[in-house]
Design a protein around this ligand. Structure first.
Ligand code: NAD
Ligand code: UGA
Length: 362
């Protein structure tokens, strides 16, 4: 890819998406990566790469952040708290990390005339029009279209929406910087990316409640029950991380195709209910670990209040319209859900399976 040696600043390079982006850039281009994260464990394999400058620290207090932005051609802004279990439990930190802090990155990019690739979320859309009107899903009004669909978030006390609202306000600030100061930007709205290195397994390499994929993997690996929040009737479109990184690489390689655009990056063909996901992952786990003596996993219903606490509300369904990404970026996601899950689950089994067996033996 591209002959010129781009310098890419990746804020939050040690997270799930960041680690895949760093890996792809270093393995397929001659670009330089200047990255910052509080946690370097997921990118440890690249620390000795001479094209990767990594600073372990907090973006807020780290003096290298400004310098990295200044030195770069493009800034990819990923760092955020993005786990639904936090939205109604530490909402102030969620707002800080999804609006207040990234706003200063936006301002810096605007001032220094740097192309900003900012990671927003499909959660900005909130619930579907149909759900808010208490009528059945209608693809005509309910598929999410970047520059058309209205945003429907719950009331203030439903703090689940603190994240979506913070991300939405930041999108508005980015748009305004484009409008008033000529900021060149691209906003990505991811739809439930999944893949290796996503989140953590509680009690092994992290604490708290991760996103659904890691919650279900924890249950399968430990032989406990998979918990369905409010019956698991809500839908998600899961997108394989390699497909998502393909889209991002096109944005970075051909910024003119993506300038001042917002893109849904998701796979509408991979829609499933959370209950369906629990059943599919249970079946695949049995296939991937036929020797595992734990027997079939159990599925348990829990209320949202029991699982997440007060103030949680869910998105009912989020189907991306990806016409814009197909047309402008010539990008189409390729990986079907079962294949994405098989690769991802095989990673978790390899990474954590023996560790957990050892922990249980103690
Ligand atoms: P992640 O939690 O795996 O990665 C975020 C990284 O940012 C972490 O490594 C964390 O240590 C780092 N970080 C956070 N605050 C920091 C700070 N102040 N200083 C230094 N490092 C900091 O999350 P992810 O799944 O990779 O998501 C990345 C971005 O994409 C987020 O902005 C998220 O809102 C957005 N997003 C992701 C998804 C998805 O499907 N994964 C979906 C929608 C939106
Ligand atoms: C996620 C997060 O907000 C962000 O990471 C991101 O911005 C966005 O969506 C995205 O990935 O596109 P959500 O999809 O609600 O939000 O988060 P998950 O934790 O993955 O939950 C998905 C669904 O599974 C929800 O309905 C949740 O209630 C349910 N769930 C979760 C269970 O039924 N059981 C569990 O053990 C965990």
């Amino acid at each position: 890819m591209g002959m010129s040696q781009l310098k890419i600043c990746v804020l939050g390079c040690g997270g799930f998406i960041g680690s895949h982006l760093v890996e792809r850039i270093l393995s397929t281009t001659n670009w330089l990566v200047l990255g910052i994260d509080r946690d370097g464990s997921k990118i440890a394999a690249h620390r000795n790469n001479s094209r990767f400058s990594f600073v372990k620290g907090d973006i807020d207090s780290c003096k290298d952040a400004g310098e990295f932005i200044e030195k770069s051609d493009v800034v990819v802004s990923l760092a955020a708290l993005c786990n639904p279990s936090l939205y109604n439990t530490i909402p102030l930190e969620v707002i800080q990390s999804n609006f207040v802090r990234p706003l200063s990155i936006v301002e810096k990019c605007s001032q220094l005339k740097k192309h900003l690739v900012h990671f927003s979320t499909c959660e900005v859309y909130g619930t579907t029009v149909s759900a808010s009107m208490h009528r059945p899903f209608d693809p005509k009004t309910d598929v999410f279209i970047e520059d058309k669909t209205p945003f429907i978030l719950g009331p203030i006390h439903a703090q689940r929406w603190s994240y979506a609202c913070a991300k939405q306000l930041l999108e508005r600030a980015i748009f305004a910087h484009g409008f008033e100061h000529g900021l060149a930007y691209t906003i990505i709205r991811p739809f439930n990316f999944i893949g290796p290195r996503m989140d953590f397994i509680p009690g092994v390499d992290g604490e708290g409640v991760p996103r659904v994929l890691a919650c279900f993997m924890e249950a399968l690996l430990f032989g406990t029950s998979l918990k369905l929040v409010d019956g698991g009737n809500n839908f998600r479109c899961f997108t394989y991380i390699d497909d998502a990184i393909d889209a991002l690489m096109i944005v970075l390689s051909y910024p003119q195709k993506a300038n001042n655009q917002i893109f849904n990056i998701g796979n509408p063909d991979n829609e499933i209910t959370i209950q369906g996901l629990a059943k599919l992952m249970t079946r695949l786990y049995g296939e991937l670990r036929p020797d595992f003596a734990g027997g079939p996993a159990l599925i348990e219903n829990v209320t949202a209040k029991e699982f997440y606490g007060k103030g949680y509300e869910d998105s009912d369904r989020r189907v991306p319209d990806i016409t814009k990404a197909k047309t402008l970026l010539h990008w189409t996601p390729k990986t079907l859900l079962a294949d994405a899950l098989k690769t991802t689950m095989a990673f978790y089994i390899k990474e954590y399976g023996n560790l957990i067996l050892k922990q249980e033996a103690i």
